[in-house]
Design a protein around this ligand. Structure first.
Ligand SMILES: Cc1cc2nc3c(=O)[nH]c(=O)nc-3n(C[C@H](O)[C@H](O)[C@H](O)COP(=O)(O)OP(=O)(O)OC[C@H]3O[C@@H](n4cnc5c(N)ncnc54)[C@H](O)[C@@H]3O)c2cc1C
Length: 383
């Protein structure tokens, strides 16, 4: 009997396939680190220059995403802010807690800043190219070629767009799926003190339809998010540009009128200790809540190569779903699995990528659909 293995671990390429990852925030670095480990030749292109100040708020990560980070050798103690798994959902009446429901979250909280720092520290020198925006995708002699803002070009075998809510990749590959403003804003800040000295859990205050306030501990204080209705015109006046263009309002975009709007709602709706936290927060940010049609695909052929969308580039979801970063990390891990089967065992690349799409598309679609349902339940935004 012939016992020769039917599958021989031969390398399908004489050189490692070249992967260009667009976006150096969360999804991009996770994909890059996993693909580097699997032996791919990876470059990460990030539009923001290295000198730009970066920061972001609280992010809940479920066990699958935490496990991916664990397998990258990133110990939870490096990026998890508290070991609490508790969510306290508090109904607020007349600025006082009226009823509290305790839930257990299947995961833990990090912040964008801590997680980004942990990932960026592990990207080898020379892999990350910062300060140069990807502007186009073409093909030359059957190979995908990226065009960058400085008019240079970069060939690749696979282009991984992890370039966020205003994705250039989505605009190029899936141009009919446009962002729509949902009619409310997540106002955010990090305060140097907490509403109560013993704050350990994620606390969600629901004072009335059309408002929600979340607060949780972070190193040196607490991180809060206050969801409030806001028309597109009001957004433009308060943050200087339309919500589908200014998809993140940085501290410099937050006008005194935006600040006053948030402070006055805190005065009217929140318990006094939470109002103090809001009023004492000097640096504010805001994120307009956006919707998009659910994706129908994640993979596109480009000549003999491929381009894929993942993370917020594929499907930005409403923050209440707490699925954006989770989806991005899970998709990145699944992509590395599919590409490893191709590289190590000669699996057909197109079939491997379509298998990846089949496994991950349903979760992205579900999260896109869940967002408006949660918004409606909270009475937030336009219905
Ligand atoms: C208030 C709030 C709370 C949230 N809570 C949670 C939560 O609890 N759980 C959860 O899972 N998710 C949560 N999210 C969502 C999560 O923050 C996002 O899904 C996640 O940050 C997306 O990561 P990303 O890397 O895919 O995209 P982004 O973080 O948007 O990164 C995209 C990167 O690409 C770069 N870029 C863009 N265009 C180009 C270009 N043309 N060329 C080169 N680079 C480019 C950008 O500069 C950026 O660095 C929350 C979001 C908000 C706003």
């Amino acid at each position: 009997m012939d016992l020769t293995p039917a599958i021989r671990p031969t390398l399908p390429h004489s050189r490692p396939p070249r992967v260009a990852v667009i976006g150096g925030s969360l999804t991009g670095p996770v994909a890059a680190l996993l693909l580097l480990r699997a032996g791919f030749d990876v470059t990460v292109h990030e539009a923001t220059p290295a000198s730009a100040p970066l920061g972001g708020g609280l992010i809940g990560l479920e066990h699958t995403a935490l496990d991916v980070l664990d397998r990258l050798g990133i110990d939870q103690r490096e990026f998890i802010v508290s070991d609490s798994e508790t969510i306290l959902q508090v109904e607020v009446r007349d600025r006082r807690p009226a009823r509290t429901v305790r839930r257990t979250y299947p995961g833990r909280n990090t912040t964008w800043t801590l997680l980004h720092r942990a990932l960026a520290a592990r990207i080898p020198t020379g892999v990350l190219r910062q300060g140069n925006r990807v502007t186009g995708l073409e093909q030359h002699a059957g190979r995908p070629v990226l065009r960058l803002a400085d008019d240079t070009v970069q060939p690749a075998d696979l282009v991984v767009f992890a370039d966020g809510r205003s994705s250039t990749g989505r605009r190029l590959l899936d141009p009919d799926r446009r962002l729509r403003y949902a009619g409310y804003v997540a106002h955010r800040g990090t305060a140097a003190h907490t509403p109560r000295p013993d704050l350990r859990d994620f606390v969600r205050l629901e004072p009335c339809p059309g408002a929600q306030f979340n607060v949780a501990p972070v190193p040196d204080g607490c991180d809060w998010t206050f969801y409030l209705d806001c028309t597109a015109d009001e957004y433009r006046q308060r943050f200087g540009a339309p919500p589908t263009r200014r998809v993140f309002a940085l501290p410099r975009h937050v006008s005194p009128a935006a600040r006053q709007h948030v402070d006055e709602h805190a005065d009217q709706l929140l318990p006094p200790e939470h109002t103090r936290v809001v009023r004492d927060t000097t640096v504010r940010m805001a994120v307009p809540v956006l919707d998009i049609d659910p994706p129908t695909r994640m993979v596109w052929p480009v000549g003999d190569g491929h381009a894929v969308l993942l993370g917020d580039a594929l499907a930005p979801v409403r923050p209440h779903t707490a699925r954006g970063a989770n989806n991005g990390i899970e998709q990145a891990a699944g992509l590395a699995v599919a590409l490893t089967q191709h590289r190590r065992y000669g699996a057909d690349l197109t079939a491997a990528l379509h298998g990846w799409q089949r496994r991950h598309l349903p979760a992205a679609v579900a999260a896109v659909r869940q967002g408006p349902a949660i918004g409606d339940r909270l009475g937030l935004g336009t219905r």
